[in-house]
Design a protein around this ligand. Sequence first.
Ligand code: SF4
Ligand code: SF4
Length: 337
Amino acid sequence: MVKVPDSDNTTANAIIAWHEQKRERHRLHLGASLIGHDCDRYIWLTWRWAMTPEIEGRIRRLFDTGSREELRILEELKTVGVELYQEADGQIQCRDETGHFGGSVDGVGKGFPEAPKTWAVLECKTMNDRTFKAVVDKGVKAEKPQHYAQMQTYMGLLKLDRALYICVNKNTDHLHSEWVHFDDAAFAKYMGRAERLMKMRQTPLKISNDPTHFICKMCSQYDLCHKGKIAEVNCRTCCHSIPLDNGTWGCDYKGIVISEEIQRVGCEAHLFIHDLVGAAKAIDGGVNSTEYVEPSGKTFKNQNGNSRKIAKRKVISPQEAKSSEEFYRPFNDDIPF
Ligand code: SF4
Ligand code: SF4
């Protein structure tokens, strides 16, 4: 039998390529799933849409596998008598009082064998064999602090006192479930961190200037921090954008609330937040801005340090802010607990 030659044009590669071409969209809010990350700068750059992570097709497919597994766990929980509360799109949106910080909770449930009467946040994760064993051994707080922070944030925002963490070993299909109790001090710490980062109008310091630092090497913002890449142009990377109430954003140059569509593309008046210009070199200086040239020869302008003279124009108040186009609804206890 003639062997079909290997080529890039295989069916498997076509599927992976289909996953790869899907474009990542920046998330509107600062996600609770990030707030336990080691690096302030990573959280801030993500919140400020500095760079779209490049994710290979295989990894995107792996993420999809994780999402499908979560649905399976939810179905399985029903079979053991757990009553689940979810919203129409399958998750529960929760936000802090600014409307900018929060996340999508996998579910809220009651009727778990260990605690049948109390509603709890549900957090489902899939992981490889090594990580799974470490979580079983040391617990989620020690081994997966980002997941722990995510659950503390959800519990605090939803006013629930416990969370059930369920993880799946992707290699063996073993399950591990662990109860996490609400910790007031931990919640306050994560809320405080989110508030501090959301108020920052300058880029936080790097966790390390060493490009071989183990956290940086795994980081999707690596090219910005260690390879001189210039950030993307959109309103979030512009020094004129400011977060307002109800998850909305304003522009203190134009004095308007900026819609999601405008935020995603920016405008001709875009000025980079200081320190987002990567390897570009300054070629001309003005009172408020400096002109830069990229290694490619292209030129652009950027704000000068903390100069805010231009902000003397009308600044809108949060009360003037219209609703964001993002579906935003504070968790206001429509659910039965
Ligand atoms: S590359 Fe390093 S310094 Fe930059 S955001 Fe990531 S972890 Fe932080
Ligand atoms: S100046 Fe333009 S890019 Fe900057 S925040 Fe305003 S609308 Fe967005």
